[in-house]
Design a protein around this ligand. Structure first.
Ligand code: B12
Ligand code: SF4
Ligand code: SF4
Length: 416
C-alpha cells in the first residue's frame, strides 16, 4: 500500500516536471521566434479542420476561378487534415511576419504610376519566412530528445493557413477574409511549422471584432467581398478580386473588371487599407527585406511597360527572381500594365501601347488594344484599324474590333 502511494507521487511529480519543462520549452520557443523577427507566434493542435465543409462549398461554387491547385482532390484532402501532409503531426507552430513599410511614391494615387501591393514591393516573403522557420525548426530539434519531424510552409502548401492561425490564437477572420490581430491589424504574412511533437496549444481566437463595420465591403471596387454567411464565415468571390485578377488569373481579364482595376498592376490592398484595425494599429515593420525595391516604388507605367516590352521571359525571371512578382510572368504583368495605361487614358502612352500591340504574346496585344480604345486618340484608332487587318489571333481581333466599336467619335490628341 505504502509502496503504491510513493509510486503514485512519483508519477505525479514526473508529470508535473514534464509539464513545466514543456512550458519552459514553449516560452523559449516563442522568445526564439521573436528574436528571428516574427511579431507573434501561437501553437495549434494538429487536428482536422472544422471548416473544411465551407472550403468545399467555396470550391464547388467555383469561386476559386482559375486557381485549380486549390480544387484538386488531393489538395482538398490535405487541407482537411494535416496528418495527410505530415503523418504523425501533433502540433502546428504559426508565426506572423509583419510587412507594412512606410508609404512611398507608389501609394500616391497618381494614375500615371503603377501601384504594386505592399506585400510584393520588397524581397519575396516565401524565401525570407521559410529560411527563418527552418532556423526555428533546427533550434527546436536540438532541444527535444530523439528525432523531430517537421515541415515549413509559407503560402505554398495545401494547408488552411488562416484557419490554423485562428486556432493558434493569432486573430479573427475579418469580413475582408483577412486574419486580423487586434493589436496590429492584418498587414502580416503567416508561416507554419508542422511538427510531430505535442506542445500545449494556445486558445483559439473566437471573437469577431468586426462588429457592424462594413468598410471593406463598401470599398472593394469589384464587389468581391460578399459578407459573412449564415454561420459567420467571411465569403469572397475570388474571381472578382483584383489580387486574383492581376496575379493568379492567367487569361484575359474580363472587360467588366478592367476599369475598376485602376492602376493596380499587382495585387490589391484596398480592403486592408480601409480597415479601422489597420488605420489605428498597423505599424511599419522592422524587416528591412520588405522595403520597396527602387524599381517597384511607384514606377511610371510607361517606363515599366517599355522595360517589360524590351525583356523576354528569361530576362523577366532574372529581374524578378527575388521578388514575389515573378508569379505573374512577363505576359501577365504586361497585361496588367496595359490595363492600367488604358485607365490612365493619356495619349502620351500611345507609342508604348503600339509596341505592346505588336508583342509576341496575344494576351498582351489584346489588352493593348483595349487600352488604345480607352485612350481613343486619332493615332490610337488608326493604329487599331491597321492592326485589325494584319492580326492573326482571333481573340486579339475581337479585342481590336471592340476597342474600335467603343470609340465611334475619336478625340483629338489634345483633348484628353
Ligand atoms: C488563394 C489565396 C488567395 C486568393 C483568394 C483569397 C481568399 N480570400 O480566399 C487571392 C489571390 C484573391 C488572394 C489574395 C490575397 N492574399 Co492570399 N492566399 C491564398 C491562399 C494560398 C489560400 C487561401 C484559401 O484557401 N482561400 C479559400 C478560403 C475559403 O479559405 P480561407 O481564406 O482560409 O477561409 C477560411 C474561412 O472562410 C474559414 N471559415 C470557414 N467557416 C468559417 C466559419 C466562421 C464562423 C469563421 C470565422 C471562419 C470560417 O475557413 C476557411 C477555410 O474553409 C493563402 C495561403 C494558404 N495556404 O492558406 C494566401 C493568404 C490567405 N493570402 C495572403 C495575402 C497577404 C493576400 C493579399 C493581401 C495579397 C495582396 N495584397 O494582393 C490578398 C488579400 C485579399 C483578401 N481580402 O483576402 C495571406 C493572408 C495573411 C492574413 N493576415 O490573413 C495568406 C495567408 C498567405 C500567407 N502565408 O501569408 N489570396
Ligand atoms: S483585395 Fe481589393 S479587390 Fe480583392 S477583395 Fe480586397 S478590395 Fe476587393
Ligand atoms: S473593414 Fe471593418 S468589416 Fe472589414 S475587416 Fe476591417 S473591421 Fe472587419
Amino acid at each position: 500500500m505504502e509502496g503504491s502511494t510513493v509510486c503514485g507521487f512519483e508519477l505525479i511529480r514526473e508529470a508535473v516536471n514534464r509539464e513545466s519543462s514543456e512550458l519552459v520549452l514553449v516560452e523559449e520557443l516563442k522568445a526564439q521566434a521573436k528574436s528571428l523577427g516574427f511579431s507573434r507566434i501561437g501553437i495549434a493542435a494538429a487536428n482536422p479542420s472544422a471548416h473544411i465543409d465551407f472550403y468545399k462549398y467555396w470550391i464547388d461554387a467555383g469561386m476559386q476561378g482559375e486557381m485549380q491547385y486549390l480544387a484538386r482532390e488531393e489538395s482538398v484532402r490535405r487541407r482537411s487534415d494535416i496528418e495527410e501532409t505530415l503523418p504523425g503531426a501533433r502540433s502546428v507552430i504559426v508565426v506572423a511576419h509583419d510587412y507594412l513599410t512606410e508609404d512611398l511614391d507608389c501609394s500616391s494615387g497618381d494614375a500615371a504610376m503603377a501601384v504594386i501591393a505592399r506585400y510584393a514591393r520588397g524581397y519575396d516573403y516565401h524565401d525570407i519566412i521559410k529560411n527563418k522557420l527552418l532556423v526555428l525548426l533546427e533550434w527546436l530539434s536540438q532541444r527535444v530528445p530523439g528525432a523531430l519531424e517537421g515541415r515549413a510552409y509559407v503560402d505554398t502548401g495545401p494547408i488552411l493557413e488562416r484557419d490554423l492561425a485562428q486556432q493558434a490564437g493569432l486573430g479573427w477572420f475579418g469580413k475582408n477574409t483577412m486574419l486580423i490581430d487586434p493589436s496590429s491589424g492584418s498587414f502580416f504574412f503567416l508561416g507554419l511549422l508542422l511538427i510531430d511533437l505535442e506542445l500545449s496549444a494556445d486558445l483559439p481566437f473566437v471573437e469577431d471584432r468586426c462588429g457592424s463595420c462594413r468598410s471593406c465591403l463598401d470599398a472593394c471596387p469589384t464587389g468581391a467581398l460578399l459578407g459573412r454567411d449564415a454561420v459567420g464565415a467571411p465569403v469572397m468571390d475570388a474571381r472578382r478580386c483584383i489580387s486574383y485578377l492581376t496575379i493568379e488569373h492567367r487569361s484575359a481579364i474580363p472587360v467588366e473588371f478592367r476599369t475598376a482595376i485602376g492602376n493596380r498592376i499587382y495585387g490589391c490592398d484596398i480592403c486592408q487599407e480601409v480597415c479601422p484595425w489597420n488605420e489605428r494599429f498597423a505599424e511599419p515593420t522592422g524587416e528591412l527585406a520588405y522595403r520597396a525595391r527602387e524599381d517597384l516604388d511607384g514606377p511610371l507605367l510607361v517606363d515599366l511597360a517599355d522595360t517589360l516590352l524590351s525583356t523576354d521571359e528569361v530576362g523577366f525571371r532574372e529581374t524578378f527572381k527575388k521578388s514575389a512578382i515573378k508569379r505573374a510572368k512577363r505576359s501577365g504583368l504586361l497585361r496588367n500594365v496595359c490595363v492600367a495605361l488604358g485607365n490612365w487614358g493619356a495619349p502620351v502612352a500611345v507609342p508604348t501601347l503600339l509596341r505592346a500591340l505588336s508583342d509576341v504574346e496575344p494576351l498582351v496585344r489584346g489588352h493593348a488594344a483595349w487600352a488604345l480604345g480607352q485612350i481613343g486618340s486619332i493615332s490610337a484608332l488608326s493604329a487599331l484599324s491597321t492592326k485589325l487587318v494584319a492580326e492573326e489571333d482571333a481573340w486579339v481581333r475581337t479585342e481590336i474590333s471592340a476597342a474600335l466599336e467603343t470609340q465611334r467619335a475619336p478625340r483629338t490628341e489634345q483633348e484628353s
